[in-house]
Design a protein around this ligand. Sequence first.
Ligand SMILES: Nc1ncnc2c1ncn2[C@@H]1O[C@H](COP(=O)(O)OP(=O)(O)OP(=O)(O)O)[C@@H](O)[C@H]1O
Length: 362
Amino acid sequence: MMLDQPGPDLPVAAGRVPPAIRLTGLRRHFRGAPAPALDGISLEVAPGEVFGVIGRSGAGKSTLIRCVNLLERPDAGRVEVLGGDLTAEGEAGLRTARRGIGMVFQHFNLLASRTVAGNIAFPLEVAGVPRAEREARVAELLPLVGLAEKRDAWPAQLSGGQKQRVGIARALASAPSILLCDEATSALDPETTTEILGLLADLRSRLRLTVLLITHEMAVVKALCDRVAVLEAGRVIEQGPVFDVFTRPRAATTRRFVAEVIGHDVPPGTLAALPAPGPGEARRLLRVLFAGPHSTRAVVSEASRRFALDLNIVAGRIDAIGARPFGIMALAAYGVPEAVEAAILWMRGLGLTVDELAWEEG
Ligand SMILES: Nc1ncnc2c1ncn2[C@@H]1O[C@H](COP(=O)(O)OP(=O)(O)OP(=O)(O)O)[C@@H](O)[C@H]1O
């Protein structure tokens, strides 16, 4: 498999333009909690970028996203949105700033007593927008989220996916340039998740939105995000372009998230089915992630020649992020222990991620 196709440019490379969102040193320690929910978070989201924050339950994701529109006030640190310091704003300034920041919720948060149109118009009503203008905006938004036929339906008559479409339209009502998504697909089945992620991807490019989303699913990050930060115990432990994080995950937590999506676990029983190492020989089961200008076959055959190893490919697949392919394979390596070690170092030197899954000496 050849993996040398060039990748598309990121829509906005971080750092080239002033960020749409800049968080600096955010801290939040809830009273009575043993540890801070946010423990010094700094990150930047470029205009037009989809930035994902992923973490396990309790990592601090909800607290983080709620700090961006100051639904939650950090104890320390700064929240800048489109150049303005929200942490320095009073209530009136915050209300104005929040009109530029839409938010989509996991459980939709629709008002059961209002129709689809009534829910979408709600934030405009609160902001005092005249009726005719509200109606015109709702008429624009309904087809944009694929609900043109559902204007007068009640939330109880909608599927989960349709409810989230209403939630998205409501978040866009005041024509924000920033969209915050708080686990927007976590309450949906896999098929509906794919639909909603597709809708968000479409809206993002049509409306030139900057999107900050939180999720516990790496599949969401893979489908939608340009960059990702991994949150653990209130800290960012790793961040970078999604392709890089998938192909060169560093932290153990990141590797586990990546493994969930690309499923490169070696099938059970693989080791038992392999020949035992000979006397003085090492047998190692390796998981190798490839990206960039390598061909798996070339790496395997060259490593085999250079280090006098017997290398068996026991599992392998190819995947892609955007249009950029990468490959994963499990290799059983047999040879003198030093040669196996040297081959691993050589592969890592080529920029491949090599994990050792099992080790045995004859
Ligand atoms: N209002 C609160 N009062 C006290 N502790 C809180 C409060 N909100 C969150 N926490 C605690 O802060 C930590 C981070 O919570 P947060 O909800 O931000 O994490 P999360 O990553 O979003 O998790 P989940 O996906 O389960 O919502 C957790 O230990 C949580 O118990």
